[in-house]
Write a protein of this length. Sequence first.
Length: 161
Amino acid sequence: MSYKISSHIAYKEVIRSQTAVRKNINNTPGAQQLHNIRTLASKVFEPLRAMASQERGQDTAIHISSFFRSTELNTAIGGSERSQHCKGEAMDLDIDGRYDDMDNADLFYMIEEELEFDQLIWEYGDDENPDWVHVSYREGNNRKRILRAIQRNGKVNYEEF
């Protein structure tokens, strides 16, 4: 399939996974998951991209490092059993290294201050900048929960941000 989920997201970006290819895992979303994917794209990604572009004064691409994950793929990568990626409700974003005047922290704070979301996670990194930004959106029931992911003793821990 080579169609668009939204103005700036192609279907292939949503299902892209090196692990799925390597392990021959089907990473195709169902109808409800596809609905959730489109909702997340329209409520979070597209407004965020527009804000980033306005802030920078030029079109600003944002890399999606992870979007939809089938249950089998999520298990293969060691993801949480409750991962919103499996529902099509979450995406991981990374803008670091693309522009000198914007980083992942900028994306994080734009989402926090301007957009509706369910969870917003500062993923690893340091106090200045996360390695990537996880954001999720649930139609009609967003918690606006803000967390920080850190590694302790080989395990991922989430703390209130």
